[in-house]
Design a protein around this ligand. Structure first.
Ligand code: SF4
Length: 408
């Protein structure tokens, strides 16, 4: 329903916190399986797809300009159909301040909010996004999940509200002036065949909000059907599994869907991923998309080489092989990203998840300096070398069809 109120009542903010409390303290992955599926358990993976993970925000805020667009109105209709009963049509384009009683309450309120907004003109000036793609294209900014290592923490300012862009045609029009230009994958000897690549999951998980936005399906169909002057590749990575709306799209093989996966089970890195589909469910979704002719991929991230990591990641690779065992000639890639953090992301994440068991100790890490004196804490060179050698060897051995795009 629409509520024509320009600001949020304080009572609604406080009242929306309780259901999120379990997600705030330490490892939190409700419904986490006790162990990874046995190799060959494709039937179990199919079972898990019967109820895909769908985020249900507590409130939706729609700016005036967003409500003026056809896509914005379609998003509102989807939210109404999903049974979200607090949909506020704002009188202006400024979002009201979202504040709870303390930092954690503000976090919970923001993570329960979908804002439907229009993009800033700067969104049409695309930036390179190495090593993934030539250009970053944002359909939305923010993510409703609760990963305790989330790379968005420290990258986005303010409370972590998920903002979706209602002016989708304008956002997609930016692709036109960038096709045929690109200095990341387009200039790579191994990847130039992908065409000009556009990554749409830099600042959001687009599949995690797709049931409410429809933006991802529209983008896949746009890329798949447009008569581009030269080849184009769309890319996104996800920790969600609701792929049914994507299966019959005219994708033309131009969209590569990668699933962000990690070691599963009680001791695995998956336990740090609250509010997402479980890894086994993501593998079922990977299989369905591969059968629908999509190029697919694995984003194995963040790799955390804790005790027994070789066995845990070996089981993951075996589960991927099992999920794809009846897919003829899958077009499969792998991207391997080790865990890292910045001083800012560490501070934000420890504020959000104060009892996390995730290791974020700068003293145990090497320091990498980037542009503008930025600092990243990564694993030490001997650890990186060991992990890299293991993945190169085991991908070749357990998933010989997979093409390793990069290790970082
Ligand atoms: S799914 Fe990705 S973007 Fe969303 S919280 Fe987890 S790591 Fe962050």
């Amino acid at each position: 329903m629409f509520l024509m109120t320009p600001t949020l009542p304080a009572a609604s903010a406080a009242g929306s916190l309780a259901p999120f409390a379990p997600l705030l303290d330490g490892p939190s992955a409700p419904g986490l399986p006790a162990s990874a599926p046995a190799a060959g358990a494709v039937e179990a993976i199919e079972d898990s797809l019967r109820s895909p993970r769908r985020w249900q925000p507590k409130q939706v805020l729609v700016t005036a300009s967003a409500a003026d667009t056809p896509h914005g109105r379609a998003i509102v209709a989807r939210c109404e159909a999903a049974g979200i009963d607090r949909i506020e049509l704002l009188r202006a384009d400024r979002l009201p301040p979202l504040r709870g009683g303390d930092e954690r309450a503000t976090y919970a309120l923001a993570k329960a909010t979908l804002a439907v907004v229009t993009s800033a003109p700067s969104a049409r000036r695309l930036a390179p996004i190495p090593p993934s793609a030539d250009w970053r294209l944002d359909l939305a900014v923010g993510c409703p999940a609760h990963c305790q290592y989330c790379y968005l923490a420290g990258s986005l300012a303010g409370p972590p509200v998920t903002r979706v862009f209602a002016d989708l045609p304008d956002v997609l029009s930016a692709m036109d002036t960038h096709v045929g230009r690109g200095g990341v994958t387009s200039t790579s000897r191994h990847r130039a065949g992908e065409g000009t690549t556009f990554e749409v999951s830099c600042y959001t998980d687009p599949l995690g909000i797709e049931h409410l936005t429809g933006s991802l399906a529209a983008t896949i169909a746009h890329v798949g059907t447009r008569d581009w002057p030269s080849p184009v590749g769309l890319r996104f990575t996800t920790k969600f599994d609701d792929v049914a709306p994507l299966l019959d799209l005219p994708h033309a093989g131009r969209t590569r869907v990668r699933f962000s996966v990690n070691s599963a089970g009680p001791a695995g890195a998956e336990r740090f991923e609250g509010g997402t589909a479980r890894v086994r469910e993501r593998l079922g979704a990977l299989r369905r998309l591969a059968l629908a002719g999509y190029p697919v991929g694995l984003t194995i991230a963040p790799v955390i080489p804790g005790p027994g990591w070789q066995d845990a990641y070996g089981a993951l690779l075996d589960d991927v092989a099992s999920a794809l065992r009846d897919v003829p000639d899958p077009d499969l890639t792998a991207e391997v990203i080790t865990h890292r953090f910045t001083p800012k992301s560490r501070e934000v994440l420890l504020g959000w998840y104060p009892r996390t068991q995730l290791e974020m100790d700068p003293a145990q890490r090497a320091t990498k300096r980037g542009k503008y004196a930025s600092i990243k804490h990564v694993y030490t060179p001997p650890v990186m070398a060991e992990v890299r050698a293991w993945f190169e060897r085991e991908l070749e051995r357990r998933l010989p069809t997979a093409r390793l795009l990069y290790f970082t």
